[in-house]
Design a protein around this ligand. Structure first.
Ligand code: RP5
Length: 162
């Protein structure tokens, strides 16, 4: 079986309905991934252990989703030179603004490529991961070109409806 190139990490199993959108994009495009619950606050040693070995294990991109005081993506970025994509979860109390700010406001030198709050962000995280992988993968490059054409066709078809 192919070694996973993408790690999809999330702070809690309660994030799964959202982070599943990233997994779906990777499934649809035949990209192997590993999915794991790791919490920056509840299991910090496990986060460090997984992340420090990620490049050596063959991962190319890490997607990390968390909500509230969402430090997971940032902590992961502190332990690896792999690109890290952060997905802020929508929250009941602050609608995900808390997660967004916690994920995006990284200090100079430690980037997290932060996508939109919630399911749209998780889907885009999957696409962005594929875009990164496509730099050295012609098959994925072709799929992305086709995907762009499909986006155009979908918008145009909306103008043809009676
Ligand atoms: C964060 O706290 C998780 O990423 C999740 O979005 C949020 C709530 O977690 P649970 O209390 O549902 O486990 O760390």
């Amino acid at each position: 079986m192919e070694r996973p190139k993408v790690a999809i990490l999330m702070g809690s199993d309660s994030d799964m309905p959202v982070m599943g959108e990233a997994a779906k994009v990777l499934d649809d495009n035949g990209v192997a991934y590993e999915l794991k619950i790791l919490s920056a606050h509840r299991s910090p040693d496990d986060v460090a252990k997984f992340t420090k070995c990620a490049r050596a294990k063959g991962f190319k991109v890490i997607i990390a989703g968390a909500g509230g005081a969402a430090h997971l993506a940032g902590v992961i970025a502190s332990h690896t030179t792999l690109p890290v994509i952060g997905v802020p979860m929508e929250t009941k109390e602050l609608k995900g603004i808390d997660s967004l700010f916690s994920t995006v406001q990284m200090p100079s030198g430690v980037p997290v490529a932060t996508v939109a709050i919630g399911k749209t962000g998780a889907k885009n995280a999957g696409i962005l991961a594929i875009q990164i992988l496509s730099l050295s993968d012609k098959r994925l490059e072709k799929r992305l070109t086709l995907f762009k054409k499909e986006l155009v066709a979908a918008v145009r078809s909306k103008n043809k409806r009676p």
